[in-house]
Design a protein around this ligand. Structure first.
Ligand SMILES: NC(=O)c1ccc[n+]([C@@H]2O[C@H](COP(=O)([O-])OP(=O)(O)OC[C@H]3O[C@@H](n4cnc5c(N)ncnc54)[C@H](OP(=O)(O)O)[C@@H]3O)[C@@H](O)[C@H]2O)c1
Length: 302
């Protein structure tokens, strides 16, 4: 029997690449959208589909070309939607409408854990809440994944936080809930393979919980070198220049959100990555140097 097809939107992003990887491992024939034909998706075993995942006509063509009846949908306030919640909503709506027109049997939408509980300053989550509602009313068979903070933020050179030997940086020193984008893909596979359980349902993706000293201890254990934990910027600068994210972190710091737990997620995905697991999985510092000799020789696609 040939493998089931799935279309992954924004397949070259931090989420998309690892979702593709997990879905390939779960046995799917994975098609991934990218605006450029020059990417590395094919090397990963993903069939590239040249498509701007925010444009309805491109999406219609992608569904027609691939014949996929399963889809992983993502939206992005900061990148593709250029910090406009209404544009992010329109882009997400285009994906849901295109899936409906194509007769999609199962759409997995990536939202954010507790999106409805953050204060009004956390503008990058407004569209997520509205899109969940739109999806419920759309008639498209769906499941929702609600991830917490990505481990990938700990090595994010594009946002001035490359992972360097001997130090980890983040925007809070306090207790925080993390997940690997790879586990978003593994959770999507669980939902797609068991529609009876998961159609119409949401799942919080929360793999591990700890403060930045515990993150540093995890990296130290994997790398074998001492690791310092540092704020990526002082809190007053976070408040001044990153108002949206500052208020998101206030929800983590003051209200101990999101409410879900790693224990609950591990009932669904027992092998969810811990901080130590993620550093091993990630394998390399930002400059390409291996974190430990036994880390994978091929850099994880993040
Ligand atoms: N960071 C976190 O902790 C966290 C936690 C929970 C949820 N999230 C959510 O994750 C989402 C972001 O996902 P991500 O990190 O995977 O995104 P990402 O890595 O920033 O995505 C990058 C890709 O977006 C595409 N792209 C960039 N600009 C575009 C544009 N103007 N139009 C169309 N495509 C464009 C590019 O693909 P091509 O050039 O190949 O087309 C690029 O490779 C957001 O919705 C965020 O809310 C993040």
């Amino acid at each position: 029997m040939s493998a089931e097809k799935i279309l992954v939107l924004n397949a070259t992003g931090k989420v998309g690449r690892n979702v593709c990887r997990a879905l390939l491992e779960a046995g799917y024939e994975v098609y991934g959208t990218t605006r450029s034909s020059k990417g590395t998706l094919a090397e990963q075993g993903v069939k590239p589909v040249v498509c701007n995942y925010t444009v309805r006509a491109d999406l219609d063509r992608a569904f027609a070309e691939t014949g996929a009846r399963k889809v992983f949908v993502i939206t992005d306030y900061f990148g593709a939607a250029k910090k406009s919640a209404s544009l992010e909503f329109e882009q997400g709506r285009a994906a849901i409408d295109a899936a409906k027109a194509a007769g999609v049997e199962h759409l997995v939408f990536m939202s954010v854990a507790d999106a409805e509980f953050f204060d009004e300053h956390v503008k990058h989550l407004h569209a997520k809440v509205a899109l969940e509602k739109y999806l419920h009313e759309s008639g498209v068979p769906f499941s929702i994944l609600r991830p917490c903070a990505f481990f990938e933020n700990l090595d994010d050179a594009a946002n001035w936080n490359p992972l360097k030997k001997g130090v980890v940086k983040f925007l809070t020193m306090q207790d925080c809930k993390y997940c690997a984008t790879y586990d978003i893909g593994r959770a999507a596979a669980i939902q797609l393979k068991d529609p009876q359980t998961w159609l119409g349902k949401s799942l919080d993706v929360i793999g591990w919980q700890g403060d930045l000293l515990q993150v540093a201890a995890a990296l130290s254990k994997v790398s074998g070198v001492p690791v310092k934990a540092k704020l990526a910027m002082p809190i007053f600068l976070r408040k001044l220049f990153l108002k949206d994210l500052h208020h998101m972190f206030l929800y983590y710091e003051l209200q101990k959100g999101p409410r879900g737990t790693p224990e609950a997620f591990k009932k669904i995905l027992p092998g969810a990555l811990s901080a130590q697991d993620w550093f091993r999985f990630h394998g390399r510092y930002s400059n390409g140097e291996k974190i430990a000799p036994d880390c994978a020789t091929v850099r994880s696609p993040v």
